[in-house]
Write a protein that binds this ligand. Structure first.
Ligand code: SF4
Length: 379
């Protein structure tokens, strides 16, 4: 299992409580975005295209705690922006740990090594390091030469200091499944607790609109990557979400499963879309027209979406909605399936080598954005 037993128990009892009280729409993980500022300008990111005054803004620790208390989820993910650029991040994390929330602090790890001493290892805290692949792929993805080596140095330093370290790999069109599998070997050897892999989303603000995956291509790619897996690989995503990515089962989106709170308020309806904001979590739940979202709704913004923030909560809900769901999931945890699949092996062997643009061309297209971000962050 890719997560500690105490965390699995906390999540299971939380979900069961929601079920027993008849709550149909419940949040599972709060996506707490305390700032949009970053020290990278990744080609597939929709968060760093805001004007300077927005990039300078950040949530205070009190605003973060209020959102966490209001929402009540057992897990809090802190994406961004780069959370380590927030001067009060250690205080925010300490406050969440004191509330016994399981915290995933997402980071590109450029500053992780130098800021590690500001945090204390805890079973409640995991650094979720964004590493999109092996050196060439990651540097291409984050538009920064040397980004991979710094991130891996941060991973090793955090593991050595006794922190829980997980990783987050986002894949776009052009990713090479063979290289992704080698990347899993590299992360496993570095001592990470577990890994997460998910397809990227087509943000309309992202600088590079040419490398997003359609659903069929995503399924093919994830089947090649996640079939015939190695025993040593540990994933922290729900096993049925992994089957969803591989095209072995379908889930509708559960947009309320991972609600987002940022400097703008509660984002409607999900982490990816911005169809307005609510002042309170209650208002978010009561005012979003949920039937207008998810693939079934016909909303074109949702048609290609397979991201974990929309669909992993669906897998967890299925897990606790019937005896069948419970047995299916329990058996996946007790007897991990390596998904042996000869056709997927053939797919892997025949996968064409990726044709990346030289990094220098990508860098040229985002240089001005990086300069703007650096002037805002002061790095
Ligand atoms: S399908 Fe994706 S974009 Fe649409 S509501 Fe769900 S998570 Fe958001």
């Amino acid at each position: 299992m890719g997560i500690p037993v105490s965390q699995a128990w906390t999540v299971a009892t939380y979900v069961l409580k929601q079920k027993l009280t008849g709550r149909k729409k419940y949040p599972l993980v709060l996506m707490l975005e305390p700032l949009f500022r970053c020290n990278l300008a990744c080609a597939g990111c929709g968060k760093i295209q805001y004007p300077a005054h927005i990039l300078k803004a950040e949530l205070s620790p009190e605003e973060c705690f209020k959102a966490v208390d209001e929402c009540g989820t057992p897990m809090v993910s802190i994406p961004g922006g780069e959370p380590l650029l927030h001067p009060q991040m250690p205080e925010i994390v300490a406050g969440l740990v004191a509330r016994k929330k399981y915290v995933y602090m997402c980071t590109n790890a450029l500053l992780l090594k130098e800021k590690l001493h500001l945090f204390k290892p805890s079973k409640y805290l995991s650094f979720s390091v964004h590493v999109d692949g092996q050196r060439e792929h990651h540097d291409f993805s984050v538009c920064r030469e040397g980004g991979h080596d710094i991130a891996m140095e941060g991973v090793r330093a955090a593991v050595a200091a006794g922190f829980r370290v997980t990783t987050n790999t986002t894949l776009f069109d052009g990713a090479d499944p063979n290289s992704v599998r080698a990347h899993f070997d590299e992360l496993t050897a570095a001592g990470v607790e577990s890994m997460m892999v998910s397809p990227g989303y087509t943000y309309d603000k992202a600088p590079d609109q040419n490398h997003f995956l359609g659903k069929a291509r995503s399924r093919r790619m994830f089947r090649a990557i996640l079939s015939n897996r190695k025993k040593a690989w540990q994933f922290n995503t729900h096993p049925l979400f992994s089957e969803f990515l591989m095209g072995k089962r379908n889930f509708e989106c559960t947009p309320w499963g991972m609600p987002t709170f940022s400097i703008f308020g509660w984002q409607k309806p999900c982490y990816l879309l911005q169809d307005g904001y609510a002042d309170t979590f209650k208002e978010l739940m009561e005012t979003v027209e949920w039937q207008n979202y998810g693939a079934k709704s016909g909303n074109p913004k949702c048609s290609n979406c397979m991201v974990h923030s929309g669909h992993e909560a669906s897998a967890v809900d299925y897990n606790f909605s019937s005896v069948k769901g419970f047995i299916e999931t329990a058996s996946k945890y007790m007897f991990p399936n390596l998904y042996e699949d000869q056709d997927a092996m053939k797919l892997l062997n025949e996968w064409p080598k990726p044709q990346h643009l030289p990094l220098v061309q990508i860098n040229a297209s985002v240089t001005s954005k990086i300069e703007e971000l650096q002037s805002v962050s002061g790095d």
